[in-house]
Design a protein around this ligand. Sequence first.
Ligand code: PAP
Length: 321
Amino acid sequence: MAAFQPSLECENISNIHSDQTDSDLIQKTDERYRETLPNLPKGKGWMTEHLVQYQGFWLTPNAALKNLMWVQDHFKPRPTDIFLASFPKSGTTWLKALIFATVNRTRYGFADHPLLTTGPHDCFPFLDAHLQEKDRSRFDLDRFVYICRDPKDVLVSKWLFLNKLRPKDFPPISLEEAFELFCQGISHYGPFWDHVLGYWEASLETPEKILFLKYEDLKKEPLVVVKRLGDFLGYPFSLEEESKGVVEEIVKLCSFENLSTLEVNKVSVQKFSKDTIIDNRHFFRKGKVGDWKSYLTTEMVERLDEITYEKLLGSGLVFGS
Ligand code: PAP
């Protein structure tokens, strides 16, 4: 079910300390983790020795899995929350910035906006990363915004990203090997198609709860998509705001060209946990549609397109070629 798929992320709108954060509960989940881990199927990792398959999805066998279990065991959603969910490398960073800027647009001016000095991942933290911090606070939940992207661009973006992050003593993974694993569904939070279809089907069933977006549409018509985002999140743009160019300002603020050149996103790091610290600049590579053309062979493209066609057949969901 969509609600607790592994790449769940949460906007830090409200963050209420709860009694549930006591050590008994932490211990209970830790025990479940220790009991479950040895029995999970293993697959080859892209930047760690292996990934493990938990409830149909592939995860790194460490904090990602433990924190997911914590969410499943103790998380209490509340009606004012906004969640962003995505398969990694599908446009998460961009959408975090857009949601943050849309929801908070009356609080901050564009000249001294927090996004100019704070990275999108700090403005809109990952739920599982945040849970690792101090008191494992409780979040509220109501709506999901899901973003997906052509799997060919996802694969290339992911392969380049993870090779940059791999530990020095871990050999780089070749594109051929990454491609094979991706096709088999073995990649962080994969299989890609199951992830996307889970949210796609849920968005058809409950469109008022799940807004399903595509990276390619956001690139093509950012103003249209941001207005839809505002409507969906309960922060519709007024005619006055539209005529003053507020939507354009948000799009400009969150554009690849702007965010990728800000000092904070060029030199600062993103601390996801004490062991996972990533240079912000790695979240901004090219920000283009179709960069896969520079990397994938004709055979790779045909095979990936065929898998995608077969997996999505009958669902109504299509990706551009
Ligand atoms: P994550 O899963 O590690 O958070 P995510 O933000 O989902 O990554 O995706 C990163 C991709 O979005 C990168 O694509 P590329 O490798 O093909 O270039 C990144 O460049 C792109 N991206 C980041 N910010 C923006 C933006 N503001 N506009 C458009 N694309 C962006």
